[in-house]
Design a protein around this ligand. Structure first.
Ligand code: 15L
Length: 266
């Protein structure tokens, strides 16, 4: 019998929505988080695990066939917090996969890897990284670590630069960054079912009219998002976009992550 897929970060916002969806599609799932999950579903196994604990991560990863790595710190935080949850945590997950012969990983990276690009710039998979905080740097580390594990150890890793995955866009920036939950799910399915996957970078956003991101350079995964944030535009911006375009949180793609602790003077 094939081993189940492992979902790290299963108690988080995206993890909680994904659990029943993944169970419906794949029949079984190992859900892991540092926080408890008490409403287990049929076919689901819960492993409480701190990703910074390499021994525990290895034990857990050994039970799985593929990994959806959504665990860790999901917003900006002091460096040491980000370091243990995301830098050490992601190393532990990838290393455990290597040791256990697990090839396929989907890594929940973030748009904050490229947050300091201006919103007037269109980006693709080859655009340079411009992280907008320690969190963005940790995701950039995860992407580089993925590249290493693919090139040196033959793993197959898709890095999803997720925009804003929430039920509905809530502000003007989200009209560019929104990833509808159903599109996230179809993206995960596309990554898991691609016949071959090497190192892949994919921007995780719906088919938004106002997107800044272009996925035409993806090599292995075929994915067509269906939703489009534009249907919320009239409600969110009844008088058009009146934001001050020189505001740091408006000027750069990472939005409020860019303006947080920003003290550059020139
Ligand atoms: C992220 O990476 C965060 O995990 C999420 O909470 C949002 O802030 C999102 O980026 C965003 O940029 O909107």
């Amino acid at each position: 019998m094939t081993k189940p897929i492992l979902l790290t970060g299963a108690a988080g916002g995206l993890g909680s929505w994904l659990r029943p969806q993944l169970l419906a599609r794949y029949g079984s799932l190992i859900s892991s988080d540092v926080a408890p999950i008490t409403d287990l579903l049929p076919g689901e196994t819960f492993v409480q695990c701190d990703l910074a604990d390499g021994v525990a991560v290895e034990r857990m990863v050994a039970q799985s066939s593929a990994i959806l790595h959504f665990g860790g710190q999901s917003i900006e935080a002091p460096f040491h917090r980000v370091m243990s949850a995301n830098i050490l945590g992601t190393y532990n997950v990838f290393e455990a996969a290597k040791l256990n012969g697990i090839k396929r990983i989907v890594f929940a990276s973030s748009n904050h890897v490229i947050g300091f690009h201006e919103t007037s710039t269109k980006l693709d998979a080859e655009s340079v990284m411009k992280p907008d905080g320690f969190y963005g740097v940790s995701k950039a580390f995860g992407e580089n670590l993925a590249s290493l594990y693919v090139d040196k150890h033959g793993l197959e890793i898709a890095c999803l630069r997720i925009g804003t995955s929430i039920p509905e866009p809530k502000d003007a920036r989200h009209l560019s960054t929104w990833l509808a939950y159903e599109d996230l799910l179809s993206l995960l399915e596309a990554c898991l079912s691609a016949p071959k996957l090497g190192f892949e970078i994919i921007y995780g956003a719906s088919a938004n009219d106002r997107t800044w991101w272009d996925n035409s350079k993806t090599k292995y995964v075929t994915w067509t998002p269906k939703d489009n944030s534009e249907r919320f535009a009239a409600t969110l911006l009844p008088n058009g976009d009146q934001r001050d375009q020189s505001d740091i949180a408006v000027r750069f793609q990472g939005g409020p992550f860019c303006s947080q602790n920003y003290d550059r003077k020139d």
